[in-house]
Design a protein around this ligand. Structure first.
Ligand SMILES: NC(=O)c1ccc[n+]([C@@H]2O[C@H](COP(=O)([O-])OP(=O)(O)OC[C@H]3O[C@@H](n4cnc5c(N)ncnc54)[C@H](OP(=O)(O)O)[C@@H]3O)[C@@H](O)[C@H]2O)c1
Length: 301
């Protein structure tokens, strides 16, 4: 099979869409024939070597943490999945022709492959953040970085729960935030005042998905600093905020089921930009800018 891979750390020029050994579904997993796979900021971090201990990888590294496709192999102990099922979910090495998923949900009928492929990491992360913050009907939430992959899903999930949402983005993404149901504010210097004005005071919860605003500023928006949860500023704990990287906080099966149901009834829409797998480097260059709208997804040409 072909897979996106690299043998030396660096930029998108290191990427190769080449041959790799076929993966197989282990216990509790399924393998899919991939129709689409999303690109996440973590892929760029892996490629750059920022997350590595070694100077160069011992073997080719495959990329990608979510995908959508058709099940072609079912691991031991899996119930409720069969060859031929159309699913989306989370795994590793997903930017490939075949990929193993650890958690998945059925593709809602009629929802585009690229859109469901975009929903794995973003859906799980958004559900996790909102659950940790206790977001429910009546909550006032600030999402810092609301137009990106995780942010756009978090805004809509919160709106679907009946929360009032203020979200930050660059000016160009304010119309998108309005469409998603949030009150837009500009990020950067003065953002705390702008959020306070928009919300009419402090907010109940802050979901920091960008990691750019100092945590010391974000905690001023809430009564209890622990009501700030960050997925991108791993130093935010020093200001009393909570940081989550997944692990025990994660409930991927429930999160993916929720994401699927919101996609199915039209309460969640994920804006996607698609790229052919052969041109994955273009998607990596785009996401590395840190300024994207919605999700970037690799598809077969
Ligand atoms: N801990 C975890 O479990 C976990 C899980 C998933 C992702 N992450 C991390 O979370 C971050 C976001 O992921 P993503 O997939 O949503 O990224 P993304 O799709 O690349 O989106 C990034 C967003 O950040 C916004 N942004 C840029 N500068 C900003 C600033 N100064 N203040 C506020 N927002 C700003 C951008 O808005 P504009 O385009 O309008 O400039 C863009 O929409 C990444 O660092 C990723 O690695 C962590």
């Amino acid at each position: 099979m072909r897979a996106l891979q690299f043998t030396e750390y660096g930029g998108p020029e290191r990427l190769e869409w080449g041959q790799a050994p076929e993966p197989h579904a282990g216990p509790g997993q399924v393998r899919v024939a991939v129709r689409a796979a999303s690109v996440n900021p973590i892929d760029v971090k892996m490629l750059s070597g920022a997350m590595a201990q070694d100077e160069r990888p011992a073997q080719p590294v495959l990329l990608g943490f979510d995908a959508a496709g058709v099940v072609d192999e079912v691991g031991d102990g899996v119930e409720g999945a069969a060859v031929g099922d159309e699913v989306f979910g989370r795994g590793s090495g997903t930017q490939a022709e075949l990929a193993v998923l650890d958690a998945w949900a059925a593709r809602p009928p009629g929802v585009d492959w690229a859109v469901v492929a975009a929903a794995g990491v973003a859906g799980e992360t958004a559900e996790r953040g909102l659950r940790l913050l206790g977001v429910e009907a009546g909550t006032t939430l600030f999402v810092d970085g609301g137009a990106g992959g995780v942010g756009a899903v978090a805004v809509q999930m919160a709106v679907a729960r009946g929360a009032t949402v203020v979200a930050s983005a660059s000016e160009a993404n304010h119309p998108l935030l309005r469409d998603l149901g949030a009150t837009p504010v500009l990020y950067g210097e003065g953002v705390v005042d702008r959020v306070t004005d928009a919300a009419g005071g402090t907010v109940d919860a802050v979901f920091d998905v960008a990691g750019k605003t100092p945590a010391e500023d974000l905690v001023r928006l809430v009564v209890d600093p622990a009501q700030v949860v960050s997925i991108a500023n791993f130093g935010a704990g020093s200001a009393g905020a909570r940081v989550t990287g997944g692990g025990d906080d994660s409930r991927p099966v429930e999160a993916l089921a929720l994401t699927a149901s919101l996609l199915a009834d039209g309460r969640l829409e994920i804006p996607v930009q698609t790229f052919a797998f052969e041109h994955a480097a273009d998607a990596y260059r785009t996401i590395a800018t840190g300024h994207v709208r919605g999700k970037l997804v690799l598809v077969h040409a």
